[in-house]
Design a binder for this molecule. Structure first.
Ligand code: UDX
Length: 466
């Protein structure tokens, strides 16, 4: 960067750590703040607290130099910008639990107020501090929750009332009044995918900046200067619209998958290959070729949570989001359709059934909302003995979903050996290479939820939508 800034990032989860490491790599002075000791210790030891390709290297390179971590919010007072990258989990009704965002915002306000009292801002001056909401929050949260929480911490409005000066540092006329912070609020949603978070952050399709005051927009541009090339469109808008863009983005992608899944279900009824249809419709630029892989449905941490939060936010204002409800319903039904196809070929009661893949997508050990969960539940209900194989995700699914009953196999070969059927849940590349492994099955029935295995002689093969 041309002008290095002091930046604090509150929350050292997957978004916060990726952001912290990349901003340090741009040349900013970055302090990561977390209330939990573990990520703080990891970052200061030069290790990424989460696994993402390329992240360990970036943290190792900058830790102790221009990237440090602390549990103490006092660091925000030295920064020009604070990003809030705190978790926003879903409540039982799908709406967001914004407790962490709220308390983090209040802590930022308190830290700024304490620093003011300690004389951090020279007399007569106004120091501008920008709080940027990076976490995904529904559109009303920035104004209705974050701003009031910062103000509670500050003990006053974001903009100091006594200030007569318009410009930072231009306080010559009131040099006897104590210096104060003027706090701005902005939103800057992220569109990172798991497993490619660093490269997604460094190669964005777009940057979305939501702000009210011009100086806030300028400051966001300063933070992300290395990314703002001619190829990257910058969307400048207000804080609520920026967050709506994030929800609309994910709602659209999730619905696109559900739509192709529904079309795929109809294709299957007519013996038509949905992938041939998808390839053809993808040639229409208005549709686009990506996210047309029909199958057992979406999983992961974002789509479920964001679609549910948007549905809840819509209902909150009296609107019934019929299409989003349907997108979720289709996603919930795909695993049952997979199992219904299996039922057509084998009665699995008392039989060994192999489940190939537990991660919600290849390249990750994350099993949140993985379609493997309803698939294993359905097999267990049918009385099957489930043997599951995944190259990396066994521990994660055992931790998250301890009720699931299955035996973990050390390889696809071991899982398939003696099985009366196999179901494919995750499109790991290694499954495409399976071949002689099918010979050891007791009954070679394969039901593929992701189109990774080729139809071949010697096995009874069913594709979910092809
Ligand atoms: C997603 C968004 O892509 C990202 O922009 C946002 O910031 C977070 O949520 P992620 O959850 O990491 O990212 O996964 P993604 O690669 O988008 O896949 C989501 C799910 O959709 C996976 O379960 C995947 O298997 C499924 N999927 C994807 C399909 O079933 N068919 C497709 O054609 C594409």
């Amino acid at each position: 960067v041309q002008d290095s800034m002091n930046i604090t990032i509150v929350g050292s989860g997957y978004v916060g750590t990726t952001l912290a490491a990349c901003l340090a790599d741009f040349g900013h002075e970055v302090v990561a703040i977390d209330i939990d000791e573990d990520p703080v210790r990891a970052i200061n030891a030069g290790e990424a607290p989460i696994h993402e390709p390329g992240l360990d290297e970036l943290v190792a390179e900058h830790a102790g130099e221009n990237l440090t971590a602390t549990k103490d919010y006092a660091a925000v007072a030295d920064a020009e910008v604070t990003f809030l990258a705190l978790p926003t989990p879903a409540r039982d009704d799908g709406s967001l639990d914004i407790a962490a965002i709220e308390s983090g915002s209040e802590s930022v306000g308190e830290a700024l107020a304490r620093a003011e009292q300690a004389g951090a801002v020279p007399d007569g001056e106004i120091a501008r501090h920008l709080v940027v909401i990076k976490s995904t929050v529904t559109p009303a949260v920035p104004e209705e929750v974050v701003v009031p929480a910062i103000e509670r911490g500050l003990g006053r409005a974001l903009k100091p009332e006594l200030s007569t000066s318009d410009q930072e540092g231009n306080g010559a006329d009131d040099s006897d009044t104590p210096g104060q912070f003027e706090v701005g609020m902005a939103t800057n949603p992220e569109f990172l995918r798991e497993g490619t978070a660093v490269s997604d952050l460094l190669n964005p399709d777009k940057m979305v900046f939501g702000y009210d005051a011009e100086w806030a927009g300028d400051r966001l541009e300063g933070v992300f200067e290395p990314l703002l090339t001619d190829e990257v469109p910058i969307v400048r808008t207000d804080p609520a619209t920026a967050m709506m863009i994030k929800y609309a983005n994910n709602a659209f992608l999730a619905s696109k998958i559900s739509l192709i899944n529904e079309l795929g279900n109809v294709c299957k009824e007519y013996g038509i290959d949905a992938y041939e249809v998808a390839d053809a419709i993808g040639l229409d630029d208005r549709i686009g070729e990506q996210f047309l892989r029909s199958g057992v449905g979406w999983g992961g941490s974002c789509f479920n949570k964001d679609v549910d939060a948007l549905r809840a936010a819509a209902r909150d204002r009296g609107y019934e989001p019929a299409l989003l409800d349907a997108a979720v319903a289709v996603n919930d039904t795909q695993p049952a359709r997979l199992l219904a196809l299996l039922d057509e070929h084998v009665d699995v009661d008392g039989k060994r059934v192999a489940v190939l893949g537990l991660a919600f997508k290849p390249g990750t050990d994350d099993t949140r909302n993985s379609r493997a969960v309803p698939v294993i539940e359905g097999l267990t209900e049918r009385g099957a003995d489930v043997v599951a194989y995944d190259p990396v995700a066994v521990d994660d699914i055992r931790d998250r979903y301890p009720h699931l009953r299955f035996e973990a196999a050390e390889s696809a070969r071991v899982a398939l050996s003696g099985a009366h059927a196999a179901v494919v849940v995750t499109d790991w590349d290694e499954f495409a290479a399976l071949d002689s492994e099918f010979d050891s099955m007791a009954e070679p029935v394969v039901v593929d939820g992701r189109r990774v295995i080729e139809r071949r002689d010697g096995i009874t093969y069913e594709g979910l939508t092809w």
